[in-house]
Design a protein around this ligand. Structure first.
Ligand code: NAD
Ligand code: GLY
Length: 375
C-alpha cells in the first residue's frame, strides 16, 4: 500500500493583541512539542496535567520530547471524566504546580480533553495570580472548541462551569494523530461541536460536512480541514469578542438545552457534553421553527446530519428518565445564559444563520420540551 500523504501542518492565529497565540494543527506534533515549547519560552520548566486514559496513550511521547529539548517537567495525573472538574482537583493541581516550583514565566501544559484543559487552565489562572499555560488537546471536542478562546473553569454543585476565569493559553498544539486512540463515542460527541460552526454562520461548511463527514471520521486531510475550519471560525469570533459581551454567545448554540440535559443526567456517561450539544442544537432549531424563524426543512436537515453521524437527536435516546419540562426549565435558569431571569437562547433563521435571542418566552420553550419529551 502506498504511504498515506502527510497532512500539512496549519497555523491559525488567535488575534488578541498581547495575548495572541498560535493554534498549530497537524500530525505527530506531540513528539515535537518540546522543541516548540523551548522555542516559545527558552529556559521554561513545565508542569503537565493529564488524565489516566490520555497518559496511557500519549504522556510518554510528550515527556520524551520535553527531555529531548532539555526541559524539566513534572506530571500530574488525574482521574478521567467530567467529575474531575471540581474544587478538590483544583487544589490538587494548584498545589502540584507550586510543588513543581513553577514560576510565572514557566508553563502549565494541559494534555487531554476539555476536562483537563478547563481545570488545568483555571489552576494556571489562579496560581501566583496567573501562570502561562499551553493546551495540547487530545479529543476532537478540545481541538475544535475548548482549547481555544481562554474559557477555563470547574463545575459547582450549583451547575456546570460556574466557577472559572478567562485565561488565554500561550500555545495550542492540536495533534490530529492523538485522535486515533479516542473512543468512537467521544469522537462523535466532539463532531457535534464541528457541525455547530456550520450551523452558526457557515452554511457552506455545513454542506461540506453533510457530504464529507465520513472522511472526517476516517482521518487524514478531511479531518485536518474540519479541525482547521472550526478553529478559524472560533478564533475569528473570540478575536472580536474575547469576554462574551456579544457575538461570542453564538458559540453557545445548543448549550442552554444541552447543559440542562447534562445536569439532569448528573454529568455522567449517560450523556457526554457533545451529545448534549447535539440534542440542544436540534431543540434550538425546533424552537426556531416553532417561532417561524427558520423552515421545518432546516430542522429536518440538522436532525438528519447529526443522526447520520451517530449522534442522539431525540430525548428518548438518553438512557434513564429525564425530568419533565419544568424540571429542565429550572435547570436552564441556573445556566450562565440567563440575564435577569429571562432565558437567552441562540436561535437560527436558517442553516448558518444563528443569532442571539433575548427574552425568549418560557411558554414556547416548555412547549418544545413537551413535544420532545413525548417523541
Ligand atoms: P474529556 O476531557 O472528559 O475527554 C473525554 C474522554 O476521552 C475522557 O475519558 C478522556 O480520558 C478520554 N481521552 C481524551 N483524549 C484521549 C485520547 N486521545 N485517546 C483516548 N482517550 C482520550 O471530555 P471532552 O469532550 O474533551 O471535553 C468536555 C469538557 O470540555 C466539558 O467539561 C465541557 O464543559 C468542556 N468545554 C469547555 C469549553 C471551553 O471553551 N472551555 C468548550 C467546550 C467544552
Ligand atoms: N464554547 C463556548 C466558548 O468558548 O465561548
Amino acid at each position: 500500500m502506498p504511504a498515506a500523504k502527510k497532512t500539512k501542518t496549519e497555523i491559525v492565529r488567535v488575534k488578541l493583541g498581547k495575548r495572541s497565540y498560535d493554534i498549530v494543527i497537524g500530525e505527530n506534533l506531540l513528539a515535537d512539542a518540546g522543541r516548540r515549547i523551548a522555542k516559545l519560552k527558552p529556559g521554561t520548566a513545565v508542569a503537565i496535567v493529564t488524565d489516566g486514559n490520555v497518559a496511557h496513550h500519549h504522556l510518554a511521547t510528550l515527556e520524551r520530547s520535553l527531555e529531548a529539548a532539555k526541559i524539566s517537567y513534572r506530571s500530574v495525573l488525574l482521574s478521567a471524566g467530567e467529575g474531575t472538574k471540581n474544587y478538590s482537583n483544583l487544589e490538587t493541581v494548584a498545589e502540584a504546580i507550586l510543588q513543581s516550583r513553577i514560576e510565572r514565566g514557566d508553563l502549565v501544559v494541559a494534555l487531554g480533553g476539555g476536562v483537563i484543559g478547563d481545570l488545568a487552565g483555571f489552576a494556571a489562572s489562579v496560581v501566583r495570580r496567573g501562570v502561562d499555560f499551553a493546551q495540547i488537546p487530545t479529543t476532537l471536542l478540545a481541538q475544535v472548541d475548548s482549547s481555544v478562546g481562554g474559557k477555563t473553569g470547574i463545575n459547582s454543585p450549583q451547575g456546570k462551569n460556574l466557577i472559572g476565569a478567562f485565561h488565554q493559553p500561550t500555545l495550542v498544539l492540536a495533534d490530529l494523530k492523538t485522535l486515533d486512540t479516542l473512543p468512537a463515542r467521544e469522537f462523535r460527541a466532539g463532531y457535534a461541536e464541528v457541525a455547530k460552526y456550520g450551523l452558526i454562520n457557515d452554511a457552506k461548511f455545513f454542506e461540506w460536512l453533510e457530504k464529507n463527514w465520513r472522511e472526517v471520521f476516517a482521518g487524514g486531510a478531511a479531518r485536518a480541514k474540519a479541525v482547521a475550519t472550526s478553529c478559524k471560525a472560533k478564533a475569528a469570533i473570540v478575536g472580536r469578542d474575547e469576554r462574551e459581551t456579544g457575538e461570542r454567545a453564538l458559540l453557545n448554540l445548543g448549550h442552554t438545552f444541552g447543559h440542562a440535559l447534562e445536569a439532569a443526567t448528573g454529568y455522567s456517561d449517560r450523556l457526554l457534553h457533545g451529545e448534549g450539544v447535539a440534542l440542544g442544537m436540534v431543540l434550538a432549531f425546533k424552537l426556531s421553527a416553532k417561532l417561524k424563524l427558520c423552515k421545518p426543512t432546516d430542522v429536518t436537515r440538522v436532525i438528519k446530519h447529526l443522526e447520520n453521524a451517530g449522534l442522539p437527536v431525540r430525548l428518548s435516546q438518553v438512557p434513564g428518565s429525564l425530568p419533565g419540562p419544568d424540571g429542565l426549565l429550572s435547570l436552564m435558569a441556573q445556566d450562565k445564559k440567563v440575564v435577569r431571569g429571562k432565558l437567552v437562547f441562540i436561535l437560527a433563521k436558517g442553516i448558518g444563520k444563528a443569532f442571539i435571542a433575548k427574552n425568549v418566552d418560557t411558554k414556547d420553550v416548555r412547549e418544545v420540551l413537551n413535544g420532545a419529551l413525548a417523541e
